[in-house]
Write a protein that binds this ligand. Structure first.
Ligand code: NCD
Length: 322
């Protein structure tokens, strides 16, 4: 049976530790220049990357990860225009065809909230062995992003236990915050401060999950106060492409500029050991003058993504439990 990666909740703490250790190993091997050794990990295997939505980091980090590991890669970066979707083919039919070409892994990004479940169901129904990885599904989840986010936090603090994590921005439409909140729910004494305008609050399903897992959370619209309390600041952009009400989009954009933008003048509010993260792409919600501060970790975070995706690909193909 394949081991699909559909949602962040499915990871166990032990599995995460294994992935983090493997990512460290991948980093060390690549940094020591052992490219040939690296390619032996998954030589002769095949990855299909099917992206129906825009992507820079997720696609390039998955494809770079796969190539470093010796996998062959077939991909489309604009499947909504350049695949048979344009002719009206369903996701189910497309996935059945892809799986029939026997890739070891399919990496899928799609605008539908349930795309990954739908794709995995087709693979299972027809008995294929391909592992399906959700690389971002609608407003719902982006599980591998959450793993690389957790890894970035673990590298800075050794543990995720006991941290206060501020998550700000468009919490209603962003999928990375949702997936990371699910992962944080697995650790002890974590506190989450959600910061957003009331219109963009995180979904009640996430809050219910946190309550079930005894994770303390607060919701506010006060960025300053949250920054002072944060060990981790996880800031996100306004998902304008998902806000169809133009008036609301305009108002939220104004709000973001006025009250939810991290600028150099806010850096003194932060603890000395705090870190600032962002899944990227960044619009204007973190001004570029922040980038030089050693606490700004978003570019390192993006690079961690490749090592984590290498670790995930190796785990799936070599059937290490995640
Ligand atoms: C995110 C996504 O696609 O959800 N991007 C990414 O994968 N790093 C965040 C975003 O688009 O805002």
């Amino acid at each position: 049976m394949p081991q699909h990666i559909i949602r962040a909740q499915q990871f166990t703490k032990q599995g995460l530790q294994r992935i983090f250790a493997l990512a460290d190993e991948m980093r060390a091997t690549l940094e020591s220049g052992c490219r040939q050794k690296m390619r032996e990990y998954l030589s002769g295997t095949l990855m299909h990357a099917i992206f129906y939505e825009a992507s820079t980091r997720t696609r390039f980090s998955f494809e770079s990860a796969a190539q470093h590991l010796g996998m062959n890669v077939v991909s489309t970066d604009n499947a909504s225009q350049f695949s048979s979707a344009v002719k009206g083919e369903t996701l189910e039919d497309s996935i059945r065809v892809h799986a029939g070409y026997r890739p070891d892994v399919i990496v899928l990004r799609h605008g539908d909230d349930n795309a990954a479940e739908r794709a995995a169901r087709i693979i299972d129904t027809y008995g294929y062995t391909t592992h399906l990885i959700n690389a971002g599904a609608g407003r719902q989840q982006h599980p591998t992003q959450a793993v690389l986010d957790a890894y970035t936090i673990a590298r800075a603090f050794t543990t995720l236990n006991g941290l206060t994590v501020v998550m700000g921005g468009d919490l209603k439409n962003g999928r990375t915050v949702r997936s990371l909140a699910y992962l944080l729910g697995k650790f002890e004494d974590v506190k989450i401060l959600f910061v957003s305008p009331p219109e963009l609050r995180v979904g009640s399903d996430i809050l219910e999950y946190l309550e079930r897992h005894a994770i303390q959370y607060e919701q506010s619209a006060d960025m300053h106060e949250a920054l002072e309390r944060a060990d981790v600041v996880y800031w996100t952009r306004l998902q304008l492409e998902r806000i169809t009400d133009l008036d609301l989009a305009f108002r939220m954009r104004e709000e973001q500029v006025k009250r939810f933008t991290i600028k150099a003048e806010h850096l003194h509010l932060l603890k000395e050991r705090a870190i600032i993260m962002h899944p990227l792409p960044r619009m204007t919600e973190i001004s570029t003058e922040v980038d030089r501060d050693p606490r700004a970790r978003y570019f390192e975070q993006a690079q961690n993504g490749m090592y984590i995706r290498m670790a995930i690909l190796v785990s799936l193909v070599q059937r290490i439990e995640i």
